[in-house]
Design a protein around this ligand. Structure first.
Ligand code: SF4
Ligand code: SF4
Length: 471
């Protein structure tokens, strides 16, 4: 990109850090345009989902619950216990691979459209700021003005609203950990009876408020690990928000009386609109940068300008670096097809892992240190221990039958009933006719049933006297 050499100084510093190392506050102009409207709709839909989910119940339990304190997890209405940890780890690995592949091909689309940081910042907190403090220039002036009544009430009300939104949001986030009923109790009983919950709420509210009132784009630029990974994930074929430098350069001011082709000027009219709306304060014309969160604000801003100067839209657009260099439009190519197939495969794997998850998990082991017993003149017996993990929401009576070979099971003690989310165990005797045993080690197959429904199949061995092997 030899065209950019004269603008290369952007690489020496970060847009939000001044010469003296101090923070440069970003005052982005409020975006307007088609994509911004789509993002607004998407964001409101996602916010509605975020705040509605804690109220959704499946069989009386939350749809989603991440109770780290009591190690209880409910995902899409399915209850997960510590015994499902392998499933959780596998799903997480598949999810990370999915994110990596998705980013390699589609760049940071997630950041611009789905990330809660962007949604809360651009569609909750920033609009309040525009409403109370005016547009970006008015905000700058207000910040530079000495403290007076006008500044006091505007800033005061803004920070009060910011904190109240953070406080309300904290209740919902906590509802994902402890359940909405617990939050209801906390509100009804007051902080004195729920000190720990109340302290958690306040800590979360303060952090949330601080992130959106002060940290803002610094979260995306400095803190977010996903943002920091972009350097290794993106390549020339990744689809990102790109400035078409082939078309835009050499840039030059707009003059309606001038023929730009004859004047050897590109389509960029150097209006600065793309930079003015950027929430991370960068100039996308310098190429893909770590700070870019793919918010699309510069696309809308530039499209508006292109319309005004009667040029085609899309000087800034979703495109790969290669498609711009080769002057080709983005096409569905083999690479996109390949990654899409891999991504779909991973989604199928995750779904499969969830679908094969059984409602109970059982193990049957021969009692340690025991051999066979001569039960009576016709039978030998072995003693076993059965362990059952009940992952359902109800107590389960457990029945055991011997599938192969023929034999009889005698449970020692009371019939086994395993409570919801608990591990139950029982000892039992397996009796097999002496005449049916052909060796000292016989494969046996059990079926675990509950309420007449087959829940599991387990194999084990039955030992008999060594003399059986000599027959
Ligand atoms: S908005 Fe478009 S025309 Fe204006 S400076 Fe940016 S790229 Fe150039
Ligand atoms: S460069 Fe454009 S897409 Fe990237 S953060 Fe700035 S405005 Fe958003």
């Amino acid at each position: 990109m030899e065209e950019f050499e004269e603008f290369d100084d952007f690489r020496d510093r970060q847009s939000t850090i001044g010469e003296d190392g101090s923070r440069v506050w970003v005052y982005p102009k409020q975006p307007k345009g088609k994509i911004y409207n789509y993002r607004k709709l998407t964001s409101f839909a996602l916010l509605a989902i975020l705040f509605a989910i804690p109220f959704i119940k499946v069989h009386g339990d939350p749809f989603l619950l991440f109770n780290f304190l009591e190690r209880k997890f409910i995902i899409f209405g399915i209850m997960f216990y510590p015994q499902d940890f392998h499933l959780f780890v596998l799903s997480m690995i598949a999810f990370i691979v999915f994110v990596v592949l998705f980013t390699v091909i589609f760049g940071r689309i997630f950041c611009g459209w789905i990330c809660p940081q962007t949604i809360f910042m651009e569609f909750v907190y920033r609009p309040i700021e525009y409403w109370l403090e005016g547009n970006n220039n008015q905000q700058r002036k207000l910040d530079q003005s000495p403290l007076n009544f006008n500044k006091f009430w505007r800033k005061g009300l803004k920070h009060f609203l910011f904190f109240m939104i953070s406080y309300i949001t904290a209740h919902f986030f906590l509802a994902y950990i402890t359940g909405i009923e617990h939050i209801g109790e906390l509100i009804a009983d007051g902080p004195r009876n729920h000190i720990a919950g109340f302290v958690g709420l306040i800590i979360f509210s303060v952090v949330h408020y601080f992130v959106f009132a002060k940290l803002r784009e610094q979260v995306c630029i400095i803190i977010c690990p996903y943002g920091r990974m972009q350097g290794v994930l993106l390549d020339r074929n990744s689809i990102v928000i790109s400035y078409d430098y082939k078309r835009g350069e050499p840039r030059g001011k707009y003059n309606p009386l001038e023929n730009r082709e004859l004047a050897k000027k590109g389509d960029c009219v150097e209006c600065g609109s793309c930079q003015a709306v950027c929430p991370t304060g960068i100039d996308i014309r310098n190429g893909t940068q770590l700070e870019c969160i793919n918010c699309t604000a510069c696309i809308d801003a530039c499209d508006t300008v292109m319309e005004r100067v009667h040029k085609p839209k899309g000087l800034i657009r979703y495109a790969s670096e290669r498609s711009i260099a080769d002057k080709t439009r983005l096409k569905f190519n083999i690479r996109i097809l390949f990654y899409s197939v891999v991504l779909t495969g991973l989604l199928i794997l995750i779904t499969f892992l969830f679908s094969i998850r059984t409602e109970i998990e059982s193990t049957i082991l021969r009692q340690k240190g025991t051999m066979y017993q001569e039960y009576d003149s016709l039978h030998y017996s072995n003693i076993y221990l059965i362990q059952v993990i009940n992952k359902t929401r109800e107590a389960l009576p457990v029945e055991l039958i011997l599938d192969e070979p023929a034999g009889e099971i005698k449970i020692i003690g009371d019939p086994l009933v395993v409570q919801e989310g608990a591990v139950g165990e029982a000892q039992f005797l397996l009796l097999i006719k002496k005449s049916d045993l052909k060796s000292s080690n016989t494969e046996v197959e059990f079926k675990v049933l509950s309420k007449g429904k087959e829940m599991d199949e387990i194999e084990s061995t039955f030992v008999g006297p060594n003399s059986l092997d000599k027959k």
